[in-house]
Design a binder for this molecule. Structure first.
Ligand SMILES: [Fe+2]
Length: 307
């Protein structure tokens, strides 16, 4: 059933939760190497913060295999959460968590439901605000989560759900292989990649500037962590990229300067998948088999919260 209107007006991508058997090592990596701050560590669950105002941007949780824990978006008010619950019910989408206070670090009021590929989506409001760390931007560490790229077995069905139900807009296509979706002025906060199975492709963390981006890559290099791919600049979104693997084998990216979309003036394009458009500077070259294998990950059936 196609809804008459989206269930809510998403303001931003707040955070992503990852599940992995290597949770402890991964959490240490994101704190000691990647540049996030540990907010709380609650027996097998780590919450990590960037320098921006979000309470946390990454949650890492112990599990028996790599997978996505959830994706959290912000909405404006508790009323919008309640309205979203009613609209989901009308669409026949079952709730994994009814509207209510969220029992997690940072609290807030929200609800949870699954998308068509059994990924857990959370809409939340009134999450604890925090004073941004490093407001002058001295540190070469991530400010916020920039985007998450998801491997999907049906890119058209995924786009249909995220546009009609969640109200996101498609900013650009990369042939019929990738679709870039926005919920605010950032060119994309979610991208789908047509693949053989459902999984997380990678997560990108925004650096305040291209100088911070390069300094971040340099800091990792000094710690013996070299990029799987990059540095470079993509065509769609015009953002810089440097891709790495975390200790769980999941791909994380430093990015900066993502294109800002003027809502009523933007024209969605279909980009050709040619080297000069996926690597505008010509510095990165084509993605290696190694990075593509990491980005494919392992099949993620989702639905873990109901098991
Ligand atoms: Fe990316």
């Amino acid at each position: 059933m196609t809804p008459a209107e989206p269930i809510a007006r998403l303001r931003s991508l707040r955070s992503v939760a990852l599940r992995t058997p290597e949770a402890k090592k991964a959490a240490e990596f994101y704190q000691d190497v990647w540049g996030l701050d540990a907010v709380e560590d609650d027996g097998g669950v780590a919450w990590l913060r960037g320098t921006g105002p979000e309470h946390h941007i990454l949650e890492v949780r112990e599990a028996d295999r790599n997978g996505l824990g959830k994706i959290a978006f912000s909405v404006g008010t508790p009323r919008e959460v309640d309205d979203a619950a009613r609209r989901l019910e009308a669409l026949g989408v079952p709730l994994a968590a009814e509207p209510g206070r969220l029992d997690q670090a940072g609290g807030g009021y929200g609800l949870r439901f699954a998308d068509p590929e059994n990924r857990l989506i959370e809409l939340s409001t009134e999450v604890e605000a925090v004073v941004p760390r490093d407001p002058d931007g001295r540190e070469a560490v991530p400010r916020k989560l920039a985007h998450v790229v998801l491997n999907t077995v049906d890119i058209d069905a995924a786009c249909a759900f995220y546009t009609t139900v969640l109200g996101m807009r498609v900013s650009d296509w990369s042939e019929h292989q990738m679709a870039f979706l926005r919920c605010n002025s950032d060119h994309h906060v979610i991208a789908f990649n047509q693949a053989e199975w459902t999984s997380v492709n990678h997560m990108a963390y925004e650096m305040p500037s291209i100088d911070h981006f390069m300094r971040g890559i340099g800091r990792l290099k000094h710690q013996g962590v070299t990029p799987l791919w990059g540095p470079g600049r993509h065509g769609p979104g015009n953002n810089t990229f440097g891709y790495f693997a975390d200790p769980a084998g999941l791909v994380c990216e430093y990015t900066s300067e993502v294109e800002q979309v003027e809502e009523d003036a933007w024209l969605c394009r279909v980009w050709r998948r040619v080297p000069e458009l996926s690597d505008l500077w010509g510095t990165a070259g084509p993605p290696s088999k190694d990075v593509r294998t990491h980005m494919a990950g392992i099949p993620d059936p989702g639905g873990w919260w109901a098991r």
